[in-house]
Design a binder for this molecule. Structure first.
Ligand code: HEC
Length: 128
């Protein structure tokens, strides 16, 4: 009998731990996401929309996208300004363009939400 009670208590503790784990993840709508959650979301969105031109870890691809790891341009912008930059892009005809290659608006992915782009910015900050 006491053995059975112990097993029940263990099961309950496990269930509570699992719930706690989800709450800490911040995706149940009740707890705000942590910085780590946002960076993870940003990394996933980066991999979906930016990786092809800027490569794993933002090191850049010769003839495609500039490196994002050591960029005075990125460091010089506020988070809001960087979100706007990513959403607008930099046309190849833009006088600010350094390579003659276009940085497409939203990386060419129109389904990227502002929240995604904000998360990408949080991820880019970890590279600089
Ligand atoms: C089709 C290729 C392509 C994709 C996809 C792309 N970029 Fe770019 N990106 C570029 C190019 C090319 C430049 C450099 C433009 C220039 O020469 O000034 C650039 C420049 C940038 C810069 C400015 C860097 C600097 O130091 O001037 C940032 C920030 C940036 N991209 C972020 C992103 C993010 C975030 C994504 C994903 C949402 C993304 N890019 C997707 C091609 C791309």
């Amino acid at each position: 009998m006491s053995n059975r009670r112990l097993i029940l208590m263990c099961a309950l503790a496990l269930a509570l731990a699992a719930c706690g784990g989800r709450a800490a993840g911040g995706d149940d709508g009740r707890t705000p996401p942590t910085v780590d959650d946002i960076v993870a979301q940003g990394l996933a969105a980066y991999e979906g929309s930016c990786l092809a031109c800027h490569a794993e870890g933002g090191i850049g691809v010769e003839g495609l996208g500039r490196p994002l790891t050591d960029s005075d341009f990125i460091r010089g912008l506020s988070d809001e300004e960087l979100v706007t930059f990513i959403q607008v892009g930099r046309d190849s005809a833009d006088p600010e363009n350094t390579s003659g290659i276009a940085m497409p608006a939203n990386g060419g992915n129109p389904s990227l939400t502002t929240e995604d782009v904000e998360a990408i910015v949080a991820y880019l900050r970890t590279l600089n």
